[in-house]
Ligand binder design. Structure first.
Ligand code: SF4
Length: 471
């Protein structure tokens, strides 16, 4: 039996879940009538956003409608993240606030799921602290959500289901929102970076079948979707354990589907191949955008992080990518204040940032996660030093980002409009191929359209543009 067969949720199990969804629908039609609402709060990364879209798919199968107002909801889901301690504390605070709603409506079904719950003992502790949380499940059994809702509606006080076995489930309904559709191509991570909790809560790497992914892409194309983001904790490991599958082959075939834009994240410098860069360069639809987390510019810190590449190797990949795609947009993640990071280590990170000239960087102060190796290291860095270093790093990156944006001024770009700009009334926001966000004025609603724009002005986080007259 192949690795993939062992982790796949069977078609029969999925049929059962769809039956549970129908049974919930019937029960609720009798109990609440046709008007019933759900509200989902999603924390963390795009993988969680995609998981929430699947939960929404199931809930709509059960006859719930979405509401942005949690006071109106009959069912509330917290889809949690545990990558940082501060995120966990914030989520606990938000769950605590729901108590008042539950006291007004004891039929309210409160569900908590995702990475935070998958940690050992977390679900039990959570339901002890917040007894009104009736449904709790981890990352591996999202597919069984209808069954858990059915259980609590049939009189069971609580449903709690945390399993250790990683799964791959197909045929989960999805409610997509926004202009970009997410397609998860692989789950989990085998890398065990010493600071990261993800392999413990998302399990070992497993990939979806290539034919299933391509079918999904064709369906999205037929629905008129212009942009798809292929998601995985480590997309370059896609295909491990599946004969003939690899990430470059998947990209090559995805390009043939004909969706206007395909992006992907997250890549790992240890695993990205030259072939992936070549496929990107030669493709018609794979965007010239690469999110390649570097984390540090110091080889000593990279070793302590268990990243398994050097700063020099990282810069070689950047050079290779730029030689093939001079217009590539490169973004990264950087952690400052990792245990043992000296001033000299940090200076090497600044040097790497100067050399790589990222379009933008997500910068983080190191935060220890219980259960990871780095949390036990005894050379932790003080909060004061972390703060001082992140301020310097952000100042440097801001200067570089301003320069990258300035170089775009005067160029013509195609923007996929994502909707009205959040802080600029009368303007629309969207992204160009390399991922930079552009704001521009439009008299008509252009959401979801590919719009030709000339870049007119560079700002710190965005650039401004104006729609080009049609040729
Ligand atoms: S590659 Fe490292 S940082 Fe990324 S999810 Fe895996 S363990 Fe975490």
């Amino acid at each position: 039996m192949s690795e993939q067969t062992r982790v796949a949720v069977s078609q029969q199990q999925m049929r059962q879940q769809h039956q549970y969804a129908q049974m919930v629908r019937t029960l609720l039609d009798q109990k609440l009538g046709p008007q019933r609402y759900y509200h989902i709060r999603t924390y963390g990364c795009q993988m969680n956003v995609n998981d929430s879209q699947k939960l929404a798919g199931y809930l709509e199968q059960m006859g719930y409608q979405q509401t942005g107002d949690e006071t109106r909801a009959d069912l509330i889901v917290f889809n949690t993240c545990c990558v940082r301690d501060s995120a966990e504390r914030r989520i606990h605070g938000h769950i605590g606030q729901i108590k008042a709603l539950y006291e007004q409506n004891p039929d309210l079904i409160v569900c908590v799921c995702g990475c935070m719950v998958q940690q050992e003992g977390a679900a039990q502790a959570l339901q002890q602290r917040f007894p009104f949380v009736r449904v709790c499940f981890g990352t591996h059994n999202l597919y069984a959500f209808p069954q858990m809702i059915f259980q609590v509606l049939s009189g069971q006080k609580r449903a709690r289901s945390i399993i250790d076995a990683p799964t791959v489930a197909e045929d989960v309904p999805v409610v997509r929102d926004g202009v970009c559709a997410y397609t998860t191509i692989m789950y989990g991570c085998d890398n065990f970076c010493s600071y990261c909790i993800v392999p413990y809560v998302r399990g070992r790497e497993r990939s979806r079948d290539m034919a299933q992914i391509l079918d999904e892409l064709r369906a999205l194309r037929d629905q008129g979707v212009h942009e798809v983001m292929l998601l995985g904790q480590n997309v370059d490991s896609y295909g491990k354990g599946i004969d003939g599958a690899s990430f470059d082959k998947l990209l090559e075939q995805a390009d043939q589907v004909g969706i206007d834009r395909i992006r992907f994240m997250t890549s790992h410098p240890k695993d990205i191949s030259g072939r992936v860069l070549e496929v990107m360069a030669n493709s018609r639809h794979i965007c010239h955008q690469l999110h390649l987390p570097v984390q540090s510019g110091s080889d000593a810190i990279l070793t302590a992080m268990n990243r398994r590449y050097s700063a020099q190797r990282y810069l070689q990949i950047v050079q290779q990518a730029r030689a093939l795609m001079p217009d590539i947009g490169l973004t990264t993640d950087i952690i400052v204040g990792f245990p043992g990071e000296t001033e000299a280590d940090f200076e090497q990170t600044l040097d790497l940032v100067r050399a790589a000239r990222f379009d933008s960087a997500f910068t983080f102060k190191y935060s220890p996660r219980r259960g990871t190796k780095a949390a036990q290291m005894d050379n932790q860095i003080s909060a004061q030093v972390k703060k001082e270093r992140i301020v310097r790093l952000i100042a440097l990156q801001d200067e570089i980002t301003a320069g990258v944006h300035q170089q775009l001024v005067g160029t013509r770009q195609v923007v996929l409009a994502e909707g009205p700009a959040a802080r600029s009334p009368g303007q629309y926001a969207g992204r160009i191929d390399r991922g930079v966000t552009v704001n521009f004025k439009s008299q008509t609603d252009v959401t979801g359209q590919l719009v030709p724009v000339e870049i007119t002005q560079a700002k710190r986080n965005t650039v401004m543009g104006q729609i080009c007259p049609q040729a």
